[in-house]
Ligand binder design. Structure first.
Ligand code: ATP
Length: 331
């Protein structure tokens, strides 16, 4: 099976190289084709998203992506390559599992998956002037809600998760969030999973005060963005948070963190988020056992005290990866 690997900029190449080494030893039958994207790609080829990369993405079921850096100087013609990919491949669900991997990492014992709408809502950024201010448009369609909820139901089934919670603010946004809530109950009825719904403010509090009552959350764009960053911070930080942008034909797996220009090139980056994203990719491709092996090895590496600097340790990317490979070999 063939997948694309897009290291990108900043710490992207460092964590992706570690993730590739982490996968290679468990799935040597996977063909990983490297492709270019981001600021470095622009400097090398004159394009932030070279045509060859797009062609490759049209041809593979999954891609592992690092991070990209936006250009510093203002460039009116700049369009984020990631947004282009999301649009062109209709990657409508952003899925972020957040789990505390060790008791001394992070602050809260979380094990949640956040499924976030990725194509409409607040972040389409449609704003217009009105007398004395600005109006922001926020679109919620039945179709987007339906396919998002269906995706979340499928995820619960595939991963044996028990409860799906719809997170919204329909006490205020009665029509838009009301529609989302209504669709949620329509699509989950008779699906054999426990369901409930929560206001977004209550969900933000529950992540801290009742974390074990939360299992899988399905929510709209803005709420999902904020809740998943909150959850990641509670469970250990960005260095441990994997994600996927999922469409029907392509799934783009990536660590939640950005290109971290402040530590790029120093060999300090925590590769766990990228490694966990790689494991998620294997599971998506039907290699669940190999994914579980990777996850066990990551946890085993951490449980033996191996830590990068962001988690209070002394190891760099290379040191952590070497420790992981040793643990994997001993499993
Ligand atoms: P971008 O604009 O590309 O999102 P950013 O610096 O605004 O970049 P992040 O790249 O997510 O945002 O970084 C936020 C902070 O977290 C930085 O201080 C960065 O060094 C740290 N950080 C992010 N990812 C990691 C990682 N994998 N390992 C260690 N530290 C990280």
């Amino acid at each position: 099976m063939r997948v694309a690997v897009i290291p990108g900029d900043g710490i992207g190449p460092e964590v992706i190289s570690a993730a590739v080494r982490a996968i290679e030893v468990v799935a040597d039958d996977l063909e990983m084709v490297t492709a270019d994207m981001g600021l470095g790609a622009f400097q090398r080829t004159g394009s932030y998203l070279p045509e060859r990369t797009l062609e490759l993405l049209r041809d593979v079921p999954a891609a592992l992506f690092g991070a990209i850096t936006s250009p510093l100087s203002y460039d009116a013609s700049y369009r984020s390559p990631l947004l282009r990919i999301r649009k062109e491949f209709d990657l409508y669900a952003n899925i972020r599992p957040v789990r505390r991997l060790q008791p001394d990492i992070g602050m809260v014992d979380l094990d949640v998956i956040i499924v976030r709408e990725n194509t409409e809502g607040m972040y389409t950024g449609v704003e217009r002037d009105i007398d004395g201010g600005v109006v922001t448009e926020r679109k919620v369609t039945r179709r987007a809600c339906e396919r998002l909820v269906d995706r979340a139901v499928r995820l619960c089934r595939e991963q044996g998760r028990k409860r799906l919670t719809c997170v919204h603010k329909s006490n205020v946004l009665r029509r838009s969030d009301g529609l989302f809530r209504e669709v949620f109950y329509e699509r989950t009825e008779g699906q054999g999973i426990e369901t409930n719904d929560m206001l977004v403010d209550a969900a933000a509090a529950a992540l801290v005060s009742k974390p074990r009552e939360l299992d899988v959350l399905v929510t709209l764009n803005l709420y999902g963005d904020i809740l998943s960053d909150e959850a990641a911070a509670l469970a250990g930080g960005l260095g441990f948070a994997p994600s996927v942008n999922m469409g029907d034909k392509l799934a783009l797996f990536e660590p939640t963190h950005g290109s971290a220009p402040d530590i790029a090139g120093k060999g300090l980056a925590n590769p766990v988020a990228a490694m966990l994203s790689a494991a998620m990719m294997l599971r998506h491709l039907g290699m669940g056992e190999k994914a579980s092996r990777m996850e066990r090895a990551i946890e085993g590496t951490l449980s033996r005290g191996n830590r990068t600097a962001d988690a209070g340790g002394r190891l760099g990317t290379e040191g952590f990866t070497t420790a992981y490979l040793e643990v994997l070999g001993s499993l």
